[in-house]
Design a protein around this ligand. Structure first.
Ligand code: SF4
Length: 333
């Protein structure tokens, strides 16, 4: 029996487009949506095949995320407890100093992290903020770790300053599909995100860019997010797929939860459409059962955030992750 006859949809026929026109997308949205709609087993089988062509299927990269400047952000992202627009109990803090960051990075390295990500709750850093972040990047690089920052919107000059300091990755998420963006954030638009990503690329840094699912979006909109990411040229090297963590006080608190299998499908579609990217199982892991996390690894997730806190929300602690890795025979890389 061929693949085409065992499936209700012909798995092998859903492929990136070979566009007749030079500007046509590599992954037209209908092709991405068709992946989402495959029978679950077919989707996971295909994702595993793609994953094994490009990676050791039992290796998972571990990144640690530190909030270097918490809260007080003027943006109104509906999911975020750090926005000044919502009363969530998050206390605004100052930018951490070099010694604090160096200590946290050394501890993360000790616990097996290979990349250290620093997040600051800014709409867009000022040039004097960038000067301080440059020092932090240098301190973390000196420990032999890969570095990543997420600082908000960057100018071209700021992106180049970070690259010169040795920053390896810049994280800037698209969050959701273009047509859903206005429901989630009103203080900036999609094009602002794309402009920063262009500055990051032009400066020669790797791009870390993904989104958040479970924000009340439709499957079509999830496909729209993945299509946006997969059609970047080149697509991001690192693709965090976050599951909304509902925080009391934010507008998205109280939404109906997303079916966990739909989350797994999103990971699988990201893996298939961006074969060589590190697909990161990011926020929301603390609320996920081990079985769902295992399905995400099977679907092609090969990176996690590691450590007991993600900016301001919880993350599984070190022992729980060690135990899960041991059960699944996963290794860190
Ligand atoms: S997600 Fe980032 S930009 Fe949006 S409110 Fe939170 S800290 Fe600010």
């Amino acid at each position: 029996m061929t693949e085409a006859t065992v499936s209700s949809q012909p798995v092998h026929l859903i492929r990136p487009g070979k566009p007749a026109e030079p500007d046509a997308p590599r992954w037209p949205r209908p092709a991405v949506l068709a992946l989402f709609e495959l029978p679950f087993n077919d989707l996971l089988y295909r994702a595993q095949q793609v994953h094994r062509q490009h990676f050791d299927a039992n290796e998972v990269q571990r990144s640690t995320l530190l909030s270097i400047k918490t809260g007080g952000c003027p943006e109104d992202c509906s999911y975020c407890p750090q926005s000044v627009h919502y009363d969530t109990g998050v206390q605004a803090g100052k930018l951490l100093d070099v010694d604090e960051v160096r200590r946290a990075a050394a501890a993360a390295k000790e616990q097996g992290a290979s990349r250290f990500c620093m997040g600051a709750a800014w709409r867009a850093p000022k040039d004097r903020d960038i000067e301080k972040v440059v020092e932090l990047v240098r301190a973390v690089k000196d420990l032999g770790l890969e570095t990543c920052c997420t600082l908000g919107m960057l100018t071209d000059r700021q992106a180049r300053a970070l690259k010169e300091a040795g920053l390896d990755y810049y994280n800037h998420n698209l969050d959701t599909a273009p047509e859903a963006y206005g429901r989630i954030i009103s203080t900036r638009d999609y094009q602002d995100r794309l402009d920063t990503l262009e500055h990051v690329r032009a400066a020669g840094m790797h791009v870390c860019c993904g989104g958040i699912v479970g924000m009340g979006e439709s499957r079509e909109e999830r496909a729209g997010l993945i299509a946006q990411l997969a059609n970047m040229d080149p697509y991001p090297e690192s693709v965090p797929i976050n599951h909304l963590v509902q925080v009391e006080g934010t507008p998205l608190h109280g939404l109906d939860p997303l079916d966990p299998l739909e989350f797994v499908r999103t990971i699988a579609v990201a893996r298939i459409t961006m074969p060589t990217a590190r697909v990161r199982l990011s926020a929301g892991r603390q609320q996920m059962s081990e079985a769902v996390q295992a399905l995400c690894f099977l679907a092609g997730a090969n990176s996690i955030f590691y450590g007991d806190k993600l900016l301001t929300t919880g993350n599984p602690d070190w022992e729980r992750d060690q135990s899960l890795f041991a059960k699944l025979g996963l290794r860190s890389c």
